[in-house]
Design a protein. Structure first.
Length: 179
């Protein structure tokens, strides 16, 4: 049976919109045995690039991409979202993300979907090499190893493995701009 993500209860989803919630994130991160994370970034290829190359979907521009937010899921079961550059939001400086990553216990694996992208953004924006923070796990690579013919997109992975249909970006953001 498929589940639409809006029907999943979210009692442990925390929007970090105060110093108290940021302190809770730091405390949880210092004690976690597992962590996964994902950046939201700005800057996709501009319209001229898309027209010149006949692309219908924008490609991420790593050079111009900036962190606009980051989500963490910890072994406590809590999920945190930290806004760095959203209009009309409680934003923390990107250095706060560095503080969160650095407080993670060294033995705790750090997981992401398409870890190469997260590594590049972390290196460029925060000056941190994720390899210095302990073991790394990539769900996209793991999916490819388990089935070389499988689609490795996150939406497809969630659907196939968890039987959950993800909401669209526009539905989640309700038409608001992140940057």
């Amino acid at each position: 049976m498929l589940t639409v993500t809006t029907t999943i209860p979210r009692p442990n989803y925390i929007l970090v919109d105060s110093s108290g919630k940021f302190e809770l994130l730091l405390k949880d991160m210092a004690e976690t045995s597992r962590v996964s994370f994902d950046y939201e970034t700005s800057a996709v290829m501009n319209d001229n690039y898309l027209k010149l190359n006949g692309r219908s979907r924008p490609k991420i521009d790593l050079i111009r991409s900036k962190i606009t937010g980051v989500s963490f899921r910890l072994s406590s079961g809590r999920c945190f979202y930290v806004s760095v550059n959203h209009a009309n939001s409680f934003n923390l400086p990107k250095e706060a993300i560095a503080d969160v990553l650095k407080i993670k216990p060294k033995h705790t694996p750090l997981s992401a979907h398409n870890l190469a992208f997260e590594w590049l953004i972390t290196k460029k924006e925060l000056g941190i090499d994720l390899r210095d923070l302990g073991p790394l796990r990539d769900t996209m690579m793991a999916r490819k190893v388990l089935d070389s013919n499988a689609d490795v997109g996150l939406k497809e992975l969630v659907l196939n493995e968890l039987k959950i249909v993800q909401q669209t970006y526009d539905t989640v953001t309700a038409g608001r701009s992140m940057d």
